[in-house]
Design a protein around this ligand. Sequence first.
Ligand code: R5P
Length: 293
Amino acid sequence: MPEHDKQKEAKKCYPEIPQKTEGFYLKGCGSLDWGMKNRMGRIFNSESGRTVMLAIDHGYFQGPTSGLERVDLNILPLIPYADTLMLTRGILRTIIPPSVTQSIVLRVSGGSSILKELSNEDIAVDIEDTIRLNACAMAVQVFVGGEYERQSIINMTKMVDMGTRYGIPTLAVTAVGKDMKRDARYFRLATRICAELGAHYIKSYYVEDGFETVAASCPVPIVMAGGKKIPELDALTMAYKAIQEGAAGVDMGRNIFQSEAPVAMIQAVNAVVHKNESPEKAFEMYNTLKNEG
Ligand code: R5P
């Protein structure tokens, strides 16, 4: 090859610049396959490394929950401020416009209602339907210490295996029985069991005492569960503390859609999660937006 052609080739290949090998920004996710990482990346913002998941899946065991009676009227306006929607395939197909760009975390466990033992769940969605719906993760309830503990854990491991075949992550949702103590010891146990058995990220409640030990001893990202409705400033404070103590985001439902001003509340939560806004400032923001709206 003539000398000038060689130089031309060398120029096009940039031999002096080594190819960048990017790491991955989410805890414990470095060894996942490309599809898994890409889906996790659609749930967790790559700049903040965090997510605001809007949980509206309550109907799968308790019917038309207060605030979710009309998802079309009450929830659609919140979507622009969420990174991810956590919901059932029924609501997704019937109400959510396919043009939404937010990632979808599909509720795939079910089979019980508030009228009976809640932990008696099974896998309630075929993996093919999850793929068809272009979901970025599958959510499975895990009842550590519950009556159907084993069954719910095996539901989760089955989804991890199936999801791994197709590059779809599994979110383990730790569910605490009514009579069980919600403390750091319990959540360290529950979240760690889920992670050890393959869950790609885990939803855990916040506890005042020792949440940082829950987050630190769990090798994959944790998102904070919202729980029952509390005053807005308290909910923002809880989200702030969880984030500062190691959570990679929130998965909140009632504390957003049952708020007096849900659109304002989700924006305030978003600021706490992605911008480290203090609870006081975020509450101010909530009030301003509420009064404007
Ligand atoms: C239950 O455990 C489900 O995951 C819920 O339906 C939901 O995600 C709970 O959200 P929140 O407690 O914030 O209303």
